[in-house]
Write a protein that binds this ligand. Structure first.
Ligand SMILES: Nc1ncnc2c1ncn2[C@@H]1O[C@H](COP(=O)(O)OP(=O)(O)OP(=O)(O)O)[C@@H](O)[C@H]1O
Length: 264
């Protein structure tokens, strides 16, 4: 149990496990008196298919949590499971393959390859996942993010909002189980941000993808089904059906008694 199965069409079936599961996850940077305890023992179960935002004051551990949950960083304690697979002590090459095959990423800085066209950036994601880079599939996903007419352009010729839509297409084209987004709207104006958040909502609602987004922005967080609040490396609260006002009020209250992850 706990492993993802494939049916004859190659479509994923889910075996009742959580999409992402953290148990007692700790992440310490440095040792001794200067050590920073970025995560202080995180327990978290993310079910398949929802959209979860993680927010909290600056330095509370949001990015560290996302990086540990996504296998981009190794916790110093505890266990991380993705789709039932324990990735905590997985060999680096296997972990890289798992990330490419089963996870998608969207970062604030887009991270597109400037020398490749939009279409090639998206197709590369398929190749790295060990799939045939089917042009029809690439075109379909680019059309879905509203970039069907921009497939042959270089990313640098596009606005920030469009570049981030390419990044979303690149994340979705492999049909990932989980999309991890770290401040995906941090570099965008309100209109472009809303388009990206709408696409992440579509991934959760229309494709059944589990979406995990780190954001400091209460408006962005309010697009999620639920918001988790971090303070000083600990999960301190959760909110269902969030509104920007309630998220802002809760974050302000946490900021009032938080000064970032404390040194030991
Ligand atoms: N590579 C690192 N080396 C040392 N300390 C680090 C490192 N990365 C993060 N930290 C520290 O860990 C704590 C948590 O950082 P993290 O970036 O996860 O917080 P965050 O909530 O995402 O912050 P922000 O909202 O400012 O991006 C902070 O005190 C940060 O300075």
């Amino acid at each position: 149990m706990g492993q993802r199965d494939e049916d004859r069409d190659g479509r994923r079936q889910r075996s009742g496990t959580c999409a992402v599961e953290l148990r007692g996850v700790r992440r310490q940077y440095g040792d001794g008196a200067g050590a920073v305890h970025a995560l202080r023992g995180i327990d978290l179960d993310l079910p398949h298919g929802g959209f979860t935002a993680v927010t909290g004051p600056a330095g509370s551990g949001k990015s560290t949590l996302l990086r540990c949950a996504a296998g981009l960083d190794r916790p110093t304690g505890g266990t991380v499971r993705v789709g039932g697979t324990d990735i905590t002590r997985m060999r680096t090459d296997r972990l890289t393959a798992l990330r490419r095959e089963r996870l998608g990423f969207v970062f604030q800085a887009f991270n597109l390859l400037p020398s490749l066209t939009v279409e090639e950036n998206v197709a590369l994601s398929m190749r790295l996942a060990g799939r045939y880079a089917d042009r029809r599939r690439t075109a379909e996903v680019l059309a879905r993010v509203g970039l069907g007419r921009h497939a042959g352009r270089r990313p640098g010729r596009l606005s920030g909002g469009r570049q981030q839509r390419v990044a979303v297409a690149r994340a979705l084209v492999t049909g990932p189980d989980v999309v991890f987004a770290d401040e995906p709207t941090g570099a965008l104006d309100a209109a472009a941000a809303a388009e990206i958040l709408g696409l992440l909502r579509y991934a959760a609602d229309g494709l059944g993808t589990t979406v995990v987004m780190v954001t400091h922005d209460p408006v962005a967080a309010s697009w999620a089904d639920r918001v988790l609040f971090l303070a000083d490396g600990a999960l301190v609260d959760g909110m269902e059906r969030p509104s920007p006002e309630r998220v802002a009020a809760r974050t302000a209250a946490l900021t009032g008694h938080s000064c970032g992850a404390a040194a030991a």
